[in-house]
Design a protein around this ligand. Structure first.
Ligand SMILES: [Zn+2]
Length: 428
Protein backbone atom coordinates (compact mmCIF):
# COMPACT_ATOMS: atom_id res chain seq x y z
CA UNK A 1 0.00 0.00 0.00
CA UNK A 2 2.87 2.34 0.78
CA UNK A 3 4.14 1.75 -2.78
CA UNK A 4 0.84 3.04 -4.20
CA UNK A 5 1.10 6.30 -2.29
CA UNK A 6 4.80 6.69 -3.12
CA UNK A 7 4.04 6.20 -6.82
CA UNK A 8 1.16 8.69 -6.84
CA UNK A 9 3.20 11.24 -4.91
CA UNK A 10 5.76 11.32 -7.75
CA UNK A 11 3.15 12.03 -10.45
CA UNK A 12 3.31 15.54 -11.93
CA UNK A 13 -0.46 15.78 -11.46
CA UNK A 14 -0.11 15.15 -7.73
CA UNK A 15 2.67 17.71 -7.43
CA UNK A 16 0.48 20.18 -9.26
CA UNK A 17 -2.39 19.44 -6.87
CA UNK A 18 -0.15 20.05 -3.84
CA UNK A 19 0.95 23.38 -5.35
CA UNK A 20 -2.62 24.38 -6.13
CA UNK A 21 -3.72 23.59 -2.58
CA UNK A 22 -0.90 25.73 -1.21
CA UNK A 23 -1.76 28.66 -3.50
CA UNK A 24 -5.39 28.21 -2.56
CA UNK A 25 -4.77 28.27 1.20
CA UNK A 26 -5.79 31.86 1.79
CA UNK A 27 -8.94 31.53 -0.29
CA UNK A 28 -9.83 28.31 1.55
CA UNK A 29 -9.40 30.06 4.88
CA UNK A 30 -11.63 32.95 3.70
CA UNK A 31 -14.34 30.45 2.79
CA UNK A 32 -13.96 28.81 6.21
CA UNK A 33 -14.47 32.20 7.86
CA UNK A 34 -17.60 32.82 5.80
CA UNK A 35 -19.07 29.45 6.70
CA UNK A 36 -18.35 29.54 10.42
CA UNK A 37 -20.37 32.74 10.91
CA UNK A 38 -23.54 30.97 9.75
CA UNK A 39 -25.20 29.27 12.77
CA UNK A 40 -25.72 25.57 12.14
CA UNK A 41 -26.93 23.87 15.29
CA UNK A 42 -27.71 20.21 14.60
CA UNK A 43 -31.04 19.87 12.78
CA UNK A 44 -30.88 23.59 11.88
CA UNK A 45 -28.22 23.46 9.18
CA UNK A 46 -30.36 24.59 6.26
CA UNK A 47 -28.94 28.11 5.91
CA UNK A 48 -25.34 26.96 6.11
CA UNK A 49 -26.07 24.11 3.68
CA UNK A 50 -27.53 26.62 1.21
CA UNK A 51 -24.41 28.76 1.46
CA UNK A 52 -22.14 25.76 1.03
CA UNK A 53 -24.10 24.82 -2.03
CA UNK A 54 -23.71 28.36 -3.37
CA UNK A 55 -19.93 28.22 -2.89
CA UNK A 56 -19.79 24.93 -4.81
CA UNK A 57 -22.01 26.17 -7.60
CA UNK A 58 -20.04 29.40 -7.91
CA UNK A 59 -17.07 27.25 -8.89
CA UNK A 60 -19.07 25.35 -11.47
CA UNK A 61 -19.68 22.13 -9.55
CA UNK A 62 -22.93 20.37 -10.13
CA UNK A 63 -24.50 20.00 -6.69
CA UNK A 64 -26.89 17.38 -5.44
CA UNK A 65 -28.92 18.15 -2.34
CA UNK A 66 -31.19 15.62 -0.66
CA UNK A 67 -34.30 16.36 1.39
CA UNK A 68 -32.37 16.72 4.67
CA UNK A 69 -29.85 19.12 3.01
CA UNK A 70 -26.79 16.99 2.61
CA UNK A 71 -24.93 18.65 -0.28
CA UNK A 72 -22.33 17.02 -2.49
CA UNK A 73 -20.92 16.78 -5.95
CA UNK A 74 -19.78 13.76 -7.94
CA UNK A 75 -16.39 13.64 -9.61
CA UNK A 76 -16.53 10.85 -12.17
CA UNK A 77 -13.54 8.55 -12.56
CA UNK A 78 -12.31 6.92 -15.74
CA UNK A 79 -14.17 3.73 -14.87
CA UNK A 80 -13.68 0.32 -13.30
CA UNK A 81 -12.87 1.65 -9.83
CA UNK A 82 -14.75 1.84 -6.53
CA UNK A 83 -16.89 4.74 -5.30
CA UNK A 84 -15.80 6.75 -2.26
CA UNK A 85 -17.95 9.23 -0.32
CA UNK A 86 -15.91 11.95 1.45
CA UNK A 87 -17.77 14.41 3.66
CA UNK A 88 -17.48 16.92 6.52
CA UNK A 89 -20.35 17.77 8.82
CA UNK A 90 -22.22 21.04 8.39
CA UNK A 91 -23.67 21.10 11.89
CA UNK A 92 -22.18 22.31 15.15
CA UNK A 93 -23.03 21.75 18.82
CA UNK A 94 -23.82 25.45 19.30
CA UNK A 95 -27.46 26.59 19.68
CA UNK A 96 -28.61 29.17 17.14
CA UNK A 97 -28.34 32.07 19.59
CA UNK A 98 -24.64 31.45 20.34
CA UNK A 99 -22.70 34.63 19.49
CA UNK A 100 -20.44 33.95 16.51
CA UNK A 101 -17.50 36.22 16.03
CA UNK A 102 -13.98 35.44 14.87
CA UNK A 103 -11.25 36.78 17.17
CA UNK A 104 -7.62 36.44 16.25
CA UNK A 105 -5.05 36.19 19.05
CA UNK A 106 -1.45 35.35 18.12
CA UNK A 107 -2.38 33.47 14.94
CA UNK A 108 -5.15 31.51 16.65
CA UNK A 109 -8.63 32.20 15.29
CA UNK A 110 -11.28 31.73 17.96
CA UNK A 111 -14.90 31.02 17.05
CA UNK A 112 -17.36 28.30 18.10
CA UNK A 113 -17.37 25.56 15.45
CA UNK A 114 -14.36 26.89 13.51
CA UNK A 115 -12.53 23.59 13.70
CA UNK A 116 -15.29 21.06 14.32
CA UNK A 117 -16.18 20.72 11.57
CA UNK A 118 -16.29 23.92 9.53
CA UNK A 119 -12.63 23.70 8.57
CA UNK A 120 -13.35 20.31 6.95
CA UNK A 121 -16.06 21.92 4.80
CA UNK A 122 -13.60 24.49 3.49
CA UNK A 123 -10.95 21.82 3.00
CA UNK A 124 -13.35 19.65 1.02
CA UNK A 125 -14.02 22.65 -1.26
CA UNK A 126 -10.27 23.03 -1.76
CA UNK A 127 -10.02 19.32 -2.61
CA UNK A 128 -12.80 19.62 -5.19
CA UNK A 129 -10.86 22.42 -6.90
CA UNK A 130 -7.63 20.43 -6.77
CA UNK A 131 -9.26 17.35 -8.34
CA UNK A 132 -10.72 19.57 -11.06
CA UNK A 133 -7.58 21.56 -11.85
CA UNK A 134 -4.65 19.20 -11.28
CA UNK A 135 -5.43 16.97 -14.25
CA UNK A 136 -5.26 13.81 -12.11
CA UNK A 137 -7.38 11.00 -13.51
CA UNK A 138 -9.06 9.01 -10.76
CA UNK A 139 -10.24 5.53 -11.73
CA UNK A 140 -13.05 5.36 -9.23
CA UNK A 141 -15.83 7.87 -8.56
CA UNK A 142 -15.65 10.43 -5.78
CA UNK A 143 -18.67 11.89 -4.00
CA UNK A 144 -17.57 14.87 -1.90
CA UNK A 145 -19.33 17.55 0.14
CA UNK A 146 -20.95 18.32 3.49
CA UNK A 147 -23.57 16.51 5.52
CA UNK A 148 -26.01 17.45 8.26
CA UNK A 149 -26.68 16.01 11.70
CA UNK A 150 -23.43 14.56 13.04
CA UNK A 151 -23.38 16.11 16.47
CA UNK A 152 -25.32 15.14 19.60
CA UNK A 153 -29.00 14.99 19.04
CA UNK A 154 -28.49 15.25 15.28
CA UNK A 155 -27.92 11.54 15.81
CA UNK A 156 -26.17 11.05 12.45
CA UNK A 157 -29.40 11.70 10.57
CA UNK A 158 -27.62 13.15 7.54
CA UNK A 159 -25.40 10.19 6.75
CA UNK A 160 -28.19 7.86 7.87
CA UNK A 161 -30.43 9.49 5.27
CA UNK A 162 -27.74 9.23 2.58
CA UNK A 163 -27.34 5.49 3.12
CA UNK A 164 -31.08 4.90 3.45
CA UNK A 165 -31.21 5.38 -0.32
CA UNK A 166 -30.91 2.18 -2.28
CA UNK A 167 -28.76 3.75 -5.04
CA UNK A 168 -26.17 5.01 -2.52
CA UNK A 169 -26.16 1.74 -0.62
CA UNK A 170 -25.57 -0.06 -3.90
CA UNK A 171 -22.86 2.16 -5.31
CA UNK A 172 -20.71 3.34 -2.40
CA UNK A 173 -17.69 1.17 -1.53
CA UNK A 174 -16.06 3.36 1.11
CA UNK A 175 -16.68 6.36 3.32
CA UNK A 176 -14.50 9.04 4.90
CA UNK A 177 -15.71 11.63 7.36
CA UNK A 178 -13.20 14.46 7.62
CA UNK A 179 -13.51 15.17 11.32
CA UNK A 180 -11.29 15.21 14.40
CA UNK A 181 -8.16 17.30 14.76
CA UNK A 182 -4.75 16.52 13.28
CA UNK A 183 -3.52 13.19 11.89
CA UNK A 184 -6.04 10.67 13.19
CA UNK A 185 -7.82 7.53 12.09
CA UNK A 186 -11.06 6.49 13.79
CA UNK A 187 -12.02 3.11 12.42
CA UNK A 188 -14.58 1.67 14.83
CA UNK A 189 -18.03 2.84 15.68
CA UNK A 190 -19.15 2.91 19.29
CA UNK A 191 -22.86 2.33 19.51
CA UNK A 192 -24.99 4.43 21.81
CA UNK A 193 -28.49 5.01 23.07
CA UNK A 194 -29.50 8.38 24.42
CA UNK A 195 -32.63 9.13 26.38
CA UNK A 196 -34.62 11.85 28.04
CA UNK A 197 -36.19 10.36 31.18
CA UNK A 198 -39.01 12.40 32.76
CA UNK A 199 -40.80 11.91 36.08
CA UNK A 200 -44.01 13.77 36.87
CA UNK A 201 -46.83 14.03 39.36
CA UNK A 202 -49.40 16.61 40.32
CA UNK A 203 -46.96 18.55 42.50
CA UNK A 204 -47.79 20.35 45.70
CA UNK A 205 -46.66 21.72 49.04
CA UNK A 206 -43.75 20.00 50.72
CA UNK A 207 -45.60 19.99 54.02
CA UNK A 208 -49.28 20.11 53.15
CA UNK A 209 -49.02 17.46 50.49
CA UNK A 210 -46.45 15.35 52.23
CA UNK A 211 -46.97 11.74 51.27
CA UNK A 212 -47.47 12.37 47.61
CA UNK A 213 -44.93 10.29 45.66
CA UNK A 214 -42.22 12.74 44.74
CA UNK A 215 -40.86 12.88 41.17
CA UNK A 216 -37.46 14.14 42.33
CA UNK A 217 -37.20 11.35 44.89
CA UNK A 218 -38.07 8.84 42.16
CA UNK A 219 -35.39 10.34 39.93
CA UNK A 220 -32.88 10.20 42.79
CA UNK A 221 -33.64 6.53 43.34
CA UNK A 222 -33.21 5.87 39.62
CA UNK A 223 -29.86 7.67 39.40
CA UNK A 224 -28.67 5.86 42.54
CA UNK A 225 -29.45 2.50 40.96
CA UNK A 226 -27.92 3.43 37.63
CA UNK A 227 -24.73 4.54 39.38
CA UNK A 228 -24.26 0.98 40.67
CA UNK A 229 -24.63 -0.79 37.30
CA UNK A 230 -21.55 -2.80 36.32
CA UNK A 231 -20.49 -2.85 32.69
CA UNK A 232 -17.67 -4.79 30.97
CA UNK A 233 -14.29 -3.30 30.10
CA UNK A 234 -14.13 -5.50 27.02
CA UNK A 235 -15.88 -4.44 24.90
CA UNK A 236 -15.75 -1.01 26.53
CA UNK A 237 -19.23 -0.17 27.77
CA UNK A 238 -20.16 3.03 29.59
CA UNK A 239 -23.11 5.03 30.87
CA UNK A 240 -23.69 8.50 32.29
CA UNK A 241 -26.51 10.66 33.49
CA UNK A 242 -25.32 13.85 31.85
CA UNK A 243 -27.92 16.48 32.74
CA UNK A 244 -30.53 16.74 35.50
CA UNK A 245 -33.26 19.31 35.60
CA UNK A 246 -36.48 20.01 37.49
CA UNK A 247 -38.17 21.23 40.63
CA UNK A 248 -40.00 24.39 41.63
CA UNK A 249 -38.83 25.58 45.05
CA UNK A 250 -37.31 24.31 48.27
CA UNK A 251 -40.73 23.82 49.88
CA UNK A 252 -42.47 22.06 47.00
CA UNK A 253 -43.06 18.60 45.73
CA UNK A 254 -42.06 19.09 42.11
CA UNK A 255 -44.45 18.66 39.23
CA UNK A 256 -41.72 17.18 37.13
CA UNK A 257 -38.05 16.61 36.63
CA UNK A 258 -35.91 14.90 34.04
CA UNK A 259 -32.45 13.65 33.22
CA UNK A 260 -30.52 12.91 30.05
CA UNK A 261 -28.81 9.56 29.81
CA UNK A 262 -26.09 8.24 27.52
CA UNK A 263 -25.23 4.52 27.23
CA UNK A 264 -22.37 3.39 24.96
CA UNK A 265 -20.59 0.21 23.96
CA UNK A 266 -18.32 -1.18 21.30
CA UNK A 267 -20.38 -4.39 21.33
CA UNK A 268 -23.99 -4.62 20.23
CA UNK A 269 -24.95 -7.34 22.76
CA UNK A 270 -23.27 -5.47 25.63
CA UNK A 271 -24.94 -2.21 24.63
CA UNK A 272 -28.33 -3.89 24.68
CA UNK A 273 -27.61 -5.64 27.99
CA UNK A 274 -26.56 -2.37 29.69
CA UNK A 275 -29.60 -0.68 28.19
CA UNK A 276 -31.95 -3.33 29.54
CA UNK A 277 -30.46 -3.21 33.01
CA UNK A 278 -30.59 0.59 33.18
CA UNK A 279 -34.19 0.67 31.96
CA UNK A 280 -35.04 -1.74 34.80
CA UNK A 281 -33.30 0.57 37.31
CA UNK A 282 -35.57 3.37 36.20
CA UNK A 283 -38.86 1.48 36.24
CA UNK A 284 -37.99 -0.15 39.58
CA UNK A 285 -37.15 3.24 41.06
CA UNK A 286 -40.54 4.67 40.12
CA UNK A 287 -42.34 1.61 41.45
CA UNK A 288 -40.43 1.89 44.74
CA UNK A 289 -41.22 5.57 45.16
CA UNK A 290 -44.91 4.96 44.51
CA UNK A 291 -44.95 1.93 46.83
CA UNK A 292 -43.23 3.92 49.57
CA UNK A 293 -46.40 5.96 50.05
CA UNK A 294 -49.04 3.44 49.23
CA UNK A 295 -52.19 3.33 51.39
CA UNK A 296 -51.41 0.84 54.07
CA UNK A 297 -52.87 1.48 57.50
CA UNK A 298 -50.02 0.00 59.51
CA UNK A 299 -47.53 1.74 57.41
CA UNK A 300 -49.13 5.08 57.98
CA UNK A 301 -49.43 4.61 61.71
CA UNK A 302 -45.82 3.86 61.86
CA UNK A 303 -44.66 6.30 59.30
CA UNK A 304 -46.91 9.32 59.75
CA UNK A 305 -47.86 8.84 63.38
CA UNK A 306 -51.46 9.79 62.62
CA UNK A 307 -53.82 7.06 61.62
CA UNK A 308 -56.84 9.36 61.49
CA UNK A 309 -55.27 11.65 59.02
CA UNK A 310 -54.03 9.34 56.31
CA UNK A 311 -51.71 10.66 53.71
CA UNK A 312 -54.03 12.56 51.40
CA UNK A 313 -52.31 12.26 48.12
CA UNK A 314 -50.67 8.87 48.06
CA UNK A 315 -52.93 7.81 45.20
CA UNK A 316 -51.32 10.34 42.92
CA UNK A 317 -48.46 8.31 41.54
CA UNK A 318 -45.29 9.39 39.78
CA UNK A 319 -45.56 8.89 36.04
CA UNK A 320 -42.57 7.95 33.98
CA UNK A 321 -41.81 8.89 30.39
CA UNK A 322 -38.76 7.61 28.56
CA UNK A 323 -37.96 9.16 25.18
CA UNK A 324 -35.19 7.77 23.01
CA UNK A 325 -33.24 10.70 21.56
CA UNK A 326 -30.35 8.87 19.98
CA UNK A 327 -29.56 5.49 18.51
CA UNK A 328 -26.11 5.15 16.98
CA UNK A 329 -25.31 1.70 15.66
CA UNK A 330 -22.23 -0.28 16.71
CA UNK A 331 -19.77 -0.85 13.89
CA UNK A 332 -16.61 -2.91 14.11
CA UNK A 333 -13.62 -2.94 11.77
CA UNK A 334 -10.13 -4.21 12.41
CA UNK A 335 -6.73 -2.72 11.71
CA UNK A 336 -6.55 -5.28 8.88
CA UNK A 337 -9.44 -3.81 6.90
CA UNK A 338 -8.13 -2.35 3.61
CA UNK A 339 -9.45 1.16 4.21
CA UNK A 340 -7.83 1.24 7.68
CA UNK A 341 -4.55 -0.19 6.39
CA UNK A 342 -4.54 2.34 3.55
CA UNK A 343 -5.00 5.28 5.91
CA UNK A 344 -2.22 4.05 8.20
CA UNK A 345 0.09 3.45 5.20
CA UNK A 346 -0.62 6.98 3.97
CA UNK A 347 0.41 8.52 7.26
CA UNK A 348 3.53 6.37 7.35
CA UNK A 349 4.51 7.55 3.87
CA UNK A 350 3.89 11.13 4.97
CA UNK A 351 5.97 10.67 8.11
CA UNK A 352 3.05 11.32 10.45
CA UNK A 353 2.10 9.39 13.56
CA UNK A 354 -1.68 9.37 13.59
CA UNK A 355 -3.81 8.99 16.67
CA UNK A 356 -5.81 5.77 16.08
CA UNK A 357 -9.13 5.16 17.71
CA UNK A 358 -11.23 2.00 17.50
CA UNK A 359 -14.25 3.40 19.27
CA UNK A 360 -15.41 6.72 17.90
CA UNK A 361 -18.92 8.00 17.67
CA UNK A 362 -18.86 9.66 14.25
CA UNK A 363 -20.68 9.70 10.95
CA UNK A 364 -18.61 6.61 10.02
CA UNK A 365 -20.74 4.55 12.47
CA UNK A 366 -23.51 4.39 9.89
CA UNK A 367 -21.59 2.94 6.91
CA UNK A 368 -19.51 0.64 9.14
CA UNK A 369 -22.66 -0.79 10.72
CA UNK A 370 -23.98 -1.42 7.19
CA UNK A 371 -20.83 -3.30 6.18
CA UNK A 372 -19.40 -0.38 4.15
CA UNK A 373 -15.76 0.38 5.04
CA UNK A 374 -15.61 3.76 6.77
CA UNK A 375 -13.25 6.05 8.64
CA UNK A 376 -13.13 9.40 10.30
CA UNK A 377 -9.87 11.14 9.35
CA UNK A 378 -8.53 14.22 11.07
CA UNK A 379 -8.87 17.68 9.58
CA UNK A 380 -5.70 19.57 8.75
CA UNK A 381 -4.48 22.82 10.23
CA UNK A 382 -4.09 23.29 13.95
CA UNK A 383 -6.72 23.73 16.60
CA UNK A 384 -8.27 22.75 19.89
CA UNK A 385 -11.27 23.29 22.12
CA UNK A 386 -13.95 21.69 20.00
CA UNK A 387 -17.44 21.78 21.52
CA UNK A 388 -16.37 24.74 23.69
CA UNK A 389 -16.78 28.46 23.14
CA UNK A 390 -12.99 28.73 23.26
CA UNK A 391 -12.57 26.66 20.13
CA UNK A 392 -9.76 27.91 17.91
CA UNK A 393 -8.21 27.08 14.56
CA UNK A 394 -5.00 28.06 12.82
CA UNK A 395 -4.45 27.49 9.11
CA UNK A 396 -0.83 26.51 9.75
CA UNK A 397 -0.12 23.33 7.77
CA UNK A 398 -3.61 23.29 6.29
CA UNK A 399 -2.59 22.89 2.62
CA UNK A 400 -0.09 20.15 3.48
CA UNK A 401 -2.80 18.22 5.33
CA UNK A 402 -5.17 18.66 2.41
CA UNK A 403 -2.52 17.24 0.08
CA UNK A 404 -2.30 14.17 2.33
CA UNK A 405 -6.03 13.70 2.12
CA UNK A 406 -5.85 14.21 -1.66
CA UNK A 407 -3.21 11.48 -1.78
CA UNK A 408 -5.33 9.13 0.34
CA UNK A 409 -8.33 9.61 -1.97
CA UNK A 410 -6.13 8.99 -5.04
CA UNK A 411 -4.77 5.80 -3.47
CA UNK A 412 -8.21 4.48 -2.49
CA UNK A 413 -9.77 5.24 -5.89
CA UNK A 414 -6.69 4.50 -8.03
CA UNK A 415 -5.12 6.70 -10.69
CA UNK A 416 -5.53 5.82 -14.36
CA UNK A 417 -2.30 4.47 -15.82
CA UNK A 418 -0.41 4.78 -12.51
CA UNK A 419 -2.00 2.98 -9.55
CA UNK A 420 -4.71 0.42 -8.92
CA UNK A 421 -7.36 1.32 -6.31
CA UNK A 422 -6.64 0.25 -2.73
CA UNK A 423 -10.34 0.27 -1.89
CA UNK A 424 -11.98 -2.98 -2.98
CA UNK A 425 -15.27 -2.86 -4.87
CA UNK A 426 -17.83 -4.33 -2.50
CA UNK A 427 -20.00 -7.28 -3.37
CA UNK A 428 -23.49 -5.84 -3.28
ZN1 LIG B 1 -17.09 16.78 14.43
Amino acid sequence: MKKTFETIRELPEFKKAAELLKKDEENTFEQLKELVLIPAFSRHEQVRAAHYRKLMEAEGFEVEEDEVHNVYTRIKGTGGGPTLYVTGHLDTVFPLDTPLEIKEINGKYYCPGIGDDTSALAQNLALMRAFRDSGIKLKGDLIIGGNVGEEGLGDLYGVRNFFSKEENLKTVDGFISVDGQGPSVTYGGTGSYRYKVSFSNQGGHSNGDFGMPNPIHAMGRAIGKIADVKTPNEPWTTFAVGVVDGGTSVNSIAHDCEFLLDIRSNGKAELDAANEEIMKCITDAVAEENARWKRDEDYYVHDMGNKKNPVPRADRVVELKIEKMGDRPVGNQSLEDPIVKAALALYEVCGEKPHTNSNGSTDANIPISLGIPGLAIGRSGKGAGSHSRDEWFSPEGMAEGEAELFLLICGLLGVEGAAEPLLPIREK
